[in-house]
Design a binder for this molecule. Structure first.
Ligand code: 3H9
Length: 653
């Protein structure tokens, strides 16, 4: 085997040259990889013993894209702008010997772009291909927006480039991205395919123009969808522009347009923030002080106490991950209601085509509803999700303590209460930890993993691994009132109420923060979550009352009672309510018009200030932990990078 460099190797199998990219863990196109591929393709041109080439990835995947770490170096001026990838891909496409890319794992971003420069692509059935660049605030920058419509047609290319979701091998075959699905050994299948085509004249993908003509309305429809589902993001719109350019301009001019749009996105604040979030999501899984050899226990069986909204959602998470779960309630009525909600949620997914009925049946089959503690002695993790009251939680933990096996993790879903006090109700505080899910628990990706002062390293490590298994983002935080997310939220909501007292209406505050990019404004969000939750907690802690408490005293708990900060005629659309305006007017200290910028500055500023205190107290380990909590749990716009990233960026500006 020849080494083009240490990242790319070349070997021969009969008359087929095999180029292997070997850059673990995901064969990213780090410096050296494009150069190695280019050298291998070039040297094969003059080698008469080689008739065709196979390009394959070593390890678990084909090329998963450009090396994202390099983008920061380009925008900071540390390295030159061009990654040179487009030229390497042209060289592959211009190879006189047919090139076959052999795909397993994921061919993403620059990886798919390399594959689309080749004359053919074969893949194993489990492979996926995609152009996920928009998730990093950029667009494909090495011809993806120009070659994908040529291979797969305009509609598929727009969808993949603008929305970033990968597709499975079968769909890639159907749409013309992949030429064959290989059963069995991928390399052997790719070599056999390359031998078959080695004598044929291969067409260059960039010259395949026949799929470019099509329905022009695709672009307008995609723009509408992007404005709705990717609100505030520039990359999806740029990706649509670039694919549209492919249909209007010759290939070279289309490439130039793509390069311009790519550069604009790459140098934007949005892309920097989204790349921060990409690495942040992976960073939060790392706990520097936890020894690497800390044992992680396997979670084979789970139990959940409380079949309300949270408990039901948590049980679904376990079932979705294939873990059998007991769901316990105290009355048959509450249990039936909880199970019915779960069934309705699954049925709605089946209806939307997310998975077939058989998957729903299998998941429902993993959930065992009951009124007793039978079988709890076998559970590896017990998750408590009862009403937010310290007395009740302590009673439940004392009961669990009697039935759980010694090595079981005892998790509470409390959102504000003291983990240590809850743990004190057991004989094993080292096994107690917070698994704080966000509503709806089966949808929201965040779990705050809250460690008490006695929680063992093993319980922490197992909880972090469990979060990953449940397809969630686990962020480790310390124990204080409200932990990280809700403690900061409290200050944010107080600031929002202060704005009302100075002259703003709830709708003004909500509008300003919605336009900033939050999933919803603070008042609409409070109505959705239920105003009574915070009210009860404030009463329990004898806190200073808020305006929201007065609304609760009026029976206005939010959406669930048809009224809160707003009125709800259809149960979910907020309508400004003169009664609330009158209440606010009575409490108003002064009356002035407050511009949207001030609303954003003060409310987001409140988050940042509390976040800084949380860091000082070491309740969160790193600023990025706070950012990921807010992006994954509180609807903070990912393209602003999270409150701490945003705060730092605006301070520097
Ligand atoms: C692009 O290609 C632009 C082009 O148009 C060209 C323009 C010129 N680079 O996620 P994991 C690291 S943009 C650098 O835990 P999994 C990751 O940080 C790119 N590093 O594994 C982690 O490091 P650590 C388009 C990367 O099995 C480790 O690899 N491509 C990259 O759960 C393992 O990652 C994408 O956006 C990268 N490209 O998932 C794909 N990818 O261990 C992004 C990963 O130190 N990547 N790392 O924390 C993914 O979606 C997932 O990583 C993947 C594997 C599905 C591949």
């Amino acid at each position: 085997m020849d080494e083009m460099n240490e990242l790319v190797k070349f070997s021969k199998s009969g008359r087929i040259g095999v180029i292997t990219v070997d850059n673990p863990p995901v064969n990213a196109l780090s410096p050296g990889v494009p150069e190695g591929i280019l050298a291998a393709v070039r040297s094969a041109q003059g080698d008469d013993s080689v008739r065709a080439l196979v390009l394959i990835g070593a390890g678990r995947t084909f090329i998963a894209g450009a090396d994202i770490k390099e983008f920061g170096k380009i925008t900071s001026g540390e390295r030159s702008e061009a990654l040179g990838l487009a030229e390497v891909i042209l060289a592959i496409e211009d190879s006189a010997k047919p090139v076959v890319c052999a795909i397993h794992g994921t061919a993403l971003g620059g990886g798919l772009e390399v594959a689309m420069g080749a004359h053919y692509r074969v893949a194993v059935a489990s492979a996926q291909v995609g152009q996920p660049e928009v998730k990093l605030g950029i667009i494909p920058g090495a011809g993806g927006t120009q070659r994908l419509p040529r291979l797969a047609g305009v509609a598929r290319a727009v969808e993949m480039c603008a929305f970033g979701e990968p597709i499975k091998a079968a769909a890639a075959l159907e749409s013309g991205i992949v030429d064959r699905i290989v059963e069995g050994d991928l390399l052997a299948g790719a070599i056999a395919f390359a031998s078959e085509v080695s004598q044929q004249t291969a067409r260059k993908p960039r010259e395949r123009n026949e799929k470019l003509a099509g329905d022009e309305s695709i672009f307008a429809a995609a723009r509408d969808q992007a404005r709705k589902t990717k609100r505030g993001m520039m990359a999806p719109l740029a990706a649509i522009d670039a694919v549209e350019a492919a249909t209007r301009l010759p290939f070279e001019a289309g490439m130039k347009k793509e390069a311009e749009l790519f550069r604009e996105c790459l140098f934007s604040d949005q892309s920097k923030a989204m790349i921060h979030a990409f690495f942040g999501e992976r960073e939060v899984a790392k706990i520097p002080w936890l020894p690497k050899d800390t044992p992680v226990k396997e979670i084979r069986k789970a139990a959940v106490i409380g079949a309300g909204t949270m408990g039901g959602g948590i049980a679904m998470n376990y079932a979705n991950a294939g873990i059998p779960v007991i769901l316990k309630e105290t009355t048959q009525e509450a249990l039936d209601k909880g199970v019915e909600t779960i069934r309705r949620n699954y049925a709605s997914s089946v209806k939307k085509g997310r998975f077939p009925q058989s998957v729903m049946d299998q998941r429902m089959g993993l959930i065992r509803p009951q009124l007793t503690y039978d079988g709890f002695e076998e559970a590896d993790v017990i998750a408590e999700a009862v009403f937010e009251s310290m007395a009740l939680k302590k009673q439940v933990f004392a009961e669990i303590d009697k039935v759980a096996k010694p090595e079981a993790i005892l998790a509470t879903n409390t959102s504000t209460l003291d983990i240590d006090e809850i743990a004190s109700a057991t004989s094993r505080p080292q096994m107690v930890i917070g698994h704080h899910y966000f509503s709806p628990a089966n949808v929201m990706r965040l779990i705050e993993i809250v460690r008490g002062k006695a929680t063992s390293p093993e319980v922490i490590a197992t909880s972090m691994a469990l979060a990953k298994k449940l397809n969630k983002v686990g962020v480790l935080v310390g124990n204080c009132r409200g932990f990280v997310g809700n403690r900061m939220l409290h200050e944010y909501l107080r600031e929002a109420e202060s704005l009302l007292k100075e002259g703003a209406a709830p709708r003004d505050v909500d509008r300003a923060l919605y336009d900033f990019g939050m999933a919803m404004g603070p008042f609409a969000m409070s109505d959705l979550a239920g105003l009574d939750v915070g009210w009860r907690i404030r009463k329990e802690h004898k806190d200073q009352p808020m305006i929201a408490d007065t609304l609760c005293e009026m029976g206005r708990y939010g959406q669930k009672t048809g009224a809160g900060w707003y009125r709800y005629e259809d149960g979910r659309t907020p309508i400004p309510d003169p009664d609330v305006d009158a209440l606010v007017a009575k409490l108003r200290k002064r009356m002035r018009w407050i511009p949207a910028e001030e609303i954003v500055e003060r409310t987001i500023g409140a988050l940042v200030k509390e976040g800084a205190k949380i860091l000082e107290e070491a309740i969160a380990m790193r600023a990025v932990d706070i950012d990921i909590i807010y992006i994954t749990g509180y609807g903070f716009p990912v393209y602003r990078g999270g409150p701490m990233w945003y705060g730092k960026a605006t301070m520097q500006a």
